[in-house]
Design a protein around this ligand. Structure first.
Ligand SMILES: Nc1nc2c(ncn2[C@@H]2O[C@H](COP(=O)(O)OP(=O)(O)OP(=O)(O)O)[C@@H](O)[C@H]2O)c(=O)[nH]1
Ligand SMILES: [Mg+2]
Length: 463
């Protein structure tokens, strides 16, 4: 896993902008820059102090000016990648930076692969894998809370929690080893001591797994489909939830033909909403395609909002939709569905049949017209996604990290149960050894080249 050569890339987004930054990293970055850059006083970057911006120009081989730029060099060990590196701040837009980049490539640098700067930061030991992945989460975060959780992971909060857990596991395993050497001392009492000792480690692991799960949900947000028969106010609800006039609302049943999307952020959770065509029997070709899309949206969502007109109560139409959700979903419908009793500003009517499946599903009263209950509905969506967790607790984690930590927690749990059930120290020890392996994957100490490639290829070029 050696770093080969000087890599270069434009680190800022493409398009019109005030400045565009090109980065170079690797031993020899300064030497390449010396070929093209001179400060206003005619100095090469190698003779200018490190970490100071210098105004100058970039000239090509024929001596013509490519751009007036600000340049800064960093010494090995004192920058993002941990390698000798240079940043060139060109004028914005695409052309100046692109020409600089081409020039530096002709001067001996090679184009960086996606995520290669961050990969080098990891390989030089400046950051661990959890922090490297947090960099990507910072870039992609969709809400303040997901940004904050990414920053917490990037600052190493998650990494140090993982290390502490690893330390307690290692210490505990060492203690077990000692016991293995003196098997005559292991009796029922010894075992209960072991399971007690594991209790704290297990709680720690579970809490960590939960916080990563929160971070993971915050990063991805949730997708909620708004379903129901025509005219119950689905589109009006989409508009009320997003605070925008996204979908057409009329008193004519069958107004929405296609799916309409919108988004909102609530308590740090980003919620993607899909308003759908009202579900009913119809001969209309366009409407039936729309209804097929409603069913698709229902199946592809994390949360299903079944909207009913509370002035009509729950009718067979709502019951049919609930049945569809229950048929399709592997999990209990009650966990992925909410019944939204809309139009609660109108006189209410009792349900046609009370003792039905819908009784298990939580209900929220709303009025898209007056705004009543809209905040409650958002709270309910938040609770379905995150339970009673708070967004501030999240650690940005990738699917990979979260599942490694969850695996660790479950192995420690198994070890605890085994000890309590009177299993031998060797059984408990080998479960804990597996837990250590799962946990070590989070920080990437033994990461293979393939794993690193898979992780860093998801980054953008220039990061
Ligand atoms: N009183 C009252 N009327 C509402 C409420 N929400 C929606 N409406 C009215 O109900 C009618 C239908 O609203 P839409 O939002 O278009 O209903 P929809 O469910 O999207 O209907 P389709 O697109 O046809 O499936 C409109 O006249 C709305 O103004 C509400 O909370 N209270
Ligand atoms: Mg509609």
């Amino acid at each position: 896993m050696r770093n080969d050569g000087v890599i270069a890339a434009i680190a800022t987004a493409w398009g019109e902008s005030a400045i565009a930054v090109m980065r170079l990293s690797g031993a020899g970055a300064v030497e390449i820059t010396d070929k093209f850059f001179r400060s206003k006083k005619g100095k090469a970057i190698s003779s200018l102090p490190a970490r100071y911006m210098s105004l100058g120009v970039i000239r090509d081989q024929s001596g013509s000016t490519v751009d007036e730029v600000l340049a800064v060099r960093f010494e090995e060990g004192r920058c993002y990648t941990g390698e000798e590196s240079v940043e060139i701040h060109c004028h914005g837009g695409v052309t100046a930076a692109q020409r600089c980049l081409e020039l530096f490539l002709s001067g001996g640098a090679r184009l960086a692969q996606p995520g290669e700067f961050t990969k080098r930061a990891f390989l030089s030991g400046r950051i661990d894998l959890a922090q490297a992945e947090a960099v990507a989460s910072v870039i992609r975060s969709k809400s303040d809370a997901s940004l904050m959780s990414a920053e917490r992971s990037l600052q190493g909060e998650l990494s140090s929690r993982v290390r502490r857990l690893m330390d307690s596991l290692t210490a505990f395993r060492a203690e077990l080893e000692v016991r293995l050497d003196y098997p005559e001392e292991i009796d029922g009492e010894g075992n209960s001591e072991i399971s007690l000792g594991l209790e704290k480690i297990s709680l720690d692991a579970l809490e960590l797994a939960q916080r990563c799960r929160v971070g993971l949900i915050l990063a991805g947000g949730v997708k909620a489909a708004i379903l129901g028969r025509p005219n119950v106010g689905k589109s009006a609800l989409l508009n009320a939830l997003t605070g925008e006039q996204r979908a057409i609302v009329t008193k004519i049943p069958g107004t929405t033909r296609d799916t309409v999307t919108g988004a909102t952020v609530w308590r740090g959770l980003s919620i993607d909403l899909i308003d759908t065509a009202g579900i009913r029997e119809t001969e209309d070709e366009i409407e039936s395609i729309g209804i097929a899309r409603s069913i698709e949206a229902m199946n592809g969502s994390d949360i299903r909002l079944v909207v009913a007109d509370s002035s009509a109560g729950i009718t067979t139409s709502e019951m049919e939709i609930i049945s569809k959700i229950i048929e399709k979903g592997s999990q209990d419908a009650a966990e992925s569905a909410l019944i939204v009793m809309n139009k609660c500003d109108l006189p209410q009517r009792a349900d046609e049949n009370q003792s039905d499946r819908s009784a298990r599903i939580r209900r929220i009263n709303t009025s898209a017209l007056t705004g009543f209950g809209i905040a409650d509905l958002k709270d309910a969506i938040f609770e379905m996604a995150l339970g009673n967790a708070r967004a501030e607790e999240g650690y940005a984690a990738t699917e990979r990290m979260a599942s490694a930590i969850a695996e660790t927690a479950s192995l420690i749990g198994e070890a605890k149960t085994a000890a309590r059930g009177g299993a031998g120290v060797d059984v408990v020890g080998s479960l804990l050894a597996e837990a250590s392996v799962a946990l070590s994957e989070v920080l990437g100490a033994d990461a293979t080249e393939e794993l690193l490639d898979a992780i860093f290829s998801k980054f953008c070029v220039g990061k």
